[in-house]
Design a protein around this ligand. Structure first.
Ligand SMILES: NC(=O)c1ccc[n+]([C@@H]2O[C@H](COP(=O)([O-])OP(=O)(O)OC[C@H]3O[C@@H](n4cnc5c(N)ncnc54)[C@H](O)[C@@H]3O)[C@@H](O)[C@H]2O)c1
Length: 284
């Protein structure tokens, strides 16, 4: 099976990145959002990211124009009918994702591959909403999608060998290094990352150290590119909370129990870089 058209559901942080990367790699992209405002916001993010790539000399203006022309934004499910592969990148909520898979199963061709960019949820639950569970898998990209080199692939009990190999070839063609995980909560990366991020919030909440010192300690002591609270702002506090809550629901393991501070910050609208304030301010 040859992939020519890529469907993307959700044009937030991750969906816009997946759309951008796929378009830059020559695929036709159809990206669906829930309303025109969110779609415009998402497409603006794609344009901004490509403009930065042009400024840095990583993309020519002609290639940018060609890539942008390959992206079609929509709010209509039917526009995904021609997708050879469709990737869901809506918020981390299982019920919502299950409904999206039901829609995708109804509107796409029966031979199309359906994937989820979920960070932690059971891909099998989404596959069970379709009449083609053998064509469903997890394709977990990392933020920012055009830059981060990893793609975590998630195979369920029912993902077929053909689906796996077509998706793997496609992912490698996007320039990613692939790692493969079972359909277990958090897969490889988040099973390890989420307890670490939550511990950093607990440490700050308990007055153990200042946020700057927690971040500097990890950055310089462990040679990480950024500390955990900066990373939380980057990932999104709401997204991290969604992931932690879903993992706790499934595992009942205290390591995944979100600290009250994280929940309060999300309720107060401190979501991280994406809306200008999280543990740090990003007013510009
Ligand atoms: N943020 C990260 O660093 C990161 C990394 C890897 C994976 N993920 C996962 O990717 C997914 C998306 O995360 P994000 O950070 O992009 O979130 P986000 O909040 O930035 O974007 C989600 C978008 O999905 C849209 N959406 C919701 N329901 C929809 C529907 N029915 N149809 C179309 N669009 C819909 C929302 O309007 C929103 O714009 C989540 O499952 C998350 O766990 C996130």
């Amino acid at each position: 099976m040859e992939i020519k058209t890529v469907g993307v559901v959700g044009c937030g942080l991750m969906g816009s990145g997946i759309a951008e990367l796929a378009a830059k790699c020559g695929y036709n992209v159809v990206v669906r959002e829930v309303n025109d405002d969110l779609l415009a916001k998402g497409l603006k993010r794609v344009q901004g990211s490509m403009a930065r790539a042009v400024e840095k000399g990583k993309l020519s203006a002609a290639d940018r124009d060609a890539a942008l022309a390959r992206i079609k934004g929509t709010t209509a499910w039917n526009d995904l009918a021609d997708a050879d592969i469709a990737i869901e990148a809506a918020i981390e909520n299982l019920e919502l994702k299950k409904n999206i898979f039901k829609e995708l199963d109804a509107v796409t061709r029966s031979d199309a591959i359906l994937a989820s960019n979920t960070s932690s949820l059971a891909v099998m639950e989404m596959a069970s909403m379709t009449r083609r569970p053998d064509k469903v898998l997890g394709l977990h990209f990392f933020n920012p999608v055009p830059v981060m080199p990893l793609l975590e692939m998630v195979r369920t009990f029912l993902t077929s060998e053909e689906t796996y190999s077509v998706a793997r070839k496609w992912g490698e063609g996007l320039g990613k290094t692939v790692v493969v995980s079972k359909d277990a909560p958090g897969f490889i990366v988040n099973a390890l990352l989420i307890p670490y991020l939550l511990d950093a919030v607990r440490m700050y909440e308990n007055g153990f150290a200042s946020k700057e010192d927690i971040d500097t300690g990890i950055k310089l002591g462990l040679n990480h590119p950024m500390g955990p609270l900066t990373l939380l702002d980057f990932v999104g506090l709401d997204t991290t909370l969604f992931i932690a809550d879903e993992m706790f629901k499934e595992l009942k393991d205290a390591r995944y129990a979100a600290p009250a501070l994280l929940r309060r910050m999300v309720t107060a609208g401190y979501l991280g870089r994406k809306n200008g304030r999280g543990f740090y301010e990003y007013s510009k």
